[in-house]
Design a protein around this ligand. Structure first.
Ligand code: ARG
Length: 401
């Protein structure tokens, strides 16, 4: 048997390699995708994977694809899960699952394996993606079935086999980080009333320690895609990186929420996403100016559905494709600049401009040059309120009942 195993270099996936090899009498190929998580040195990752017993270690840089094909479309859709979470983890899984399946097919493997636990959302995302893309492949989830239920047991298992494992005196947090954000759970944060410890944050400074005063930035969008920061054209990875650094320094983009998982439980997650938050905010503001009212309102409903289906692991299904096509259709005029003032813990919109702006000075002004037809409003109200006038009349006739 040949298995392609998702490999991060952490303890779980390092132990998975020998465990899978033994239990399935299999050849193991590891797969690692770089989504911009810090400390991914691809060469080191490859060497580490081979040292755990993998026959081959495939690594690739997925940052550009991740930002362009997953993060930006979600931002264009305005998709924030339960109104808050920009979904860096949920967006990363389908891409990793896709590459895992491709590598499996390229190497003639029988199965893929992932290191997700049995009570999280990520197993859902990996496995539904694999079912969509490679229904012929078996999917193995060792963490759902193995006997190594504690960290100590995992370390002992590896040590017995002379497999080097990353033994860091890590804090008891579960962290998932990539270029679009960071999620931190476990430890003290399992008590919903406890404030996240000051040392859990990875991408953002404490707003209380942020630089004094503020800084102003201008973000430029072309057809819904952020293309420049302060007039300097930047590629997708560079612009997200620059915003993470800048907004992160001011402590922008921290979230602390209780959310509903697909598998039925509530969990508390602490998130960071400086660039994601600023980009969502700026993009939404530009849309406010260039989208007509019915499209804007309809799109807000799609945002929620899009967020739900990304969160629920349905990226490769037909509904996501259809909704994304709708969103793409709305983006042709989302071109222009948004100015924001960044201060400790907050980004505030201070200006917007676009060649496609539907804001009409003449119609909007309360000063000279007003072109709005006030008399027309009278006739409009006669008809617009007609059904309520009828209702009001009937209601009066019946008094209080
Ligand atoms: N709750 C988030 C999601 O389901 C993040 C999951 C990973 N979180 C973590 N702390 N490891 O998308």
């Amino acid at each position: 048997m040949k298995i392609v195993c998702a490999y991060s270099g952490g303890l779980d996936t390092s132990v998975m390699v020998p465990w899978l090899a033994e239990h399935y009498d299999a050849e193991i190929i590891t797969y690692t995708g770089d989504l911009g998580q810090p400390g991914t040195n691809l060469e080191e990752t490859r060497a580490k994977a081979l040292a755990t017993g993998a026959s081959q270690a495939v690594v690739d840089d997925l940052r550009r694809r991740f930002v362009e094909e997953f993060c930006f479309p979600a931002m264009q859709a305005g998709a924030l899960y339960e109104g808050t979470y920009p979904m860096h983890t949920a967006l990363g899984r389908p891409l990793l699952a896709q590459r895992l399946c491709e590598v499996a097919d390229a190497h003639g493997a029988d199965a893929i394996a992932h290191g997700c636990t049995g009570k999280g959302n990520d197993q859902v995302r990996f496995e539904v993606a694999a079912q969509c893309l490679a229904p012929h492949l078996k999917v193995l989830a060792p963490l759902r079935e193995w006997e190594l239920t504690t960290r100590e047991a995992e370390i002992a298992y590896a040590t017995e086999r002379n497999i080097p494992v990353p033994v860091s005196k890590e804090k008891p947090y579960s962290i998932d980080e990539n270029i679009w954000g960071c999620a931190i759970e476990c430890g003290e944060m399992e008590d919903l009333w406890a404030e996240p410890p000051a040392d859990v944050w990875r991408m953002t400074a404490d707003p209380a320690q942020a630089p004094k005063g503020s800084t102003e930035i201008v973000l430029s969008f072309r057809a819904g895609v952020p293309v420049a920061l302060d007039g300097e054209e930047l590629g997708p990875v560079a612009i997200v990186g620059a915003l993470n650094a800048l907004a992160g320094r001011y402590g922008v983009g921290r979230m602390d929420m209780v959310e509903n998982r697909v598998v039925g439980l509530k969990s508390r997650e602490v998130y960071e996403g400086p660039a994601a938050i600023v980009l969502h905010q700026a993009h939404r503001e530009l849309e406010r100016m260039v989208l007509d009212r019915p499209t804007a309102h309809y799109k807000a409903k799609v945002a929620q559905d899009f967020a739900d289906l990304v969160y629920d692991g349905l990226w490769f299904g037909p509904l996501r494709e259809a909704l994304q096509a709708f969103v793409a259709q709305t983006q042709s005029t989302v071109t222009g600049d948004v100015r924001l003032r960044i201060t400790a813990g907050a980004a505030r919109i201070t200006g917007r401009r676009s060649p496609y702006s539907l804001y009409d000075d003449g119609l909007a002004t309360y000063s000279d040059g007003d072109t709005f037809d006030r008399e027309a409003a009278e006739g409009f109200l006669k008809l617009y309120g007609l059904s309520y006038r009828t209702w009001g009349r009937v209601k009066r006739k019946h008094g209080a009942d």
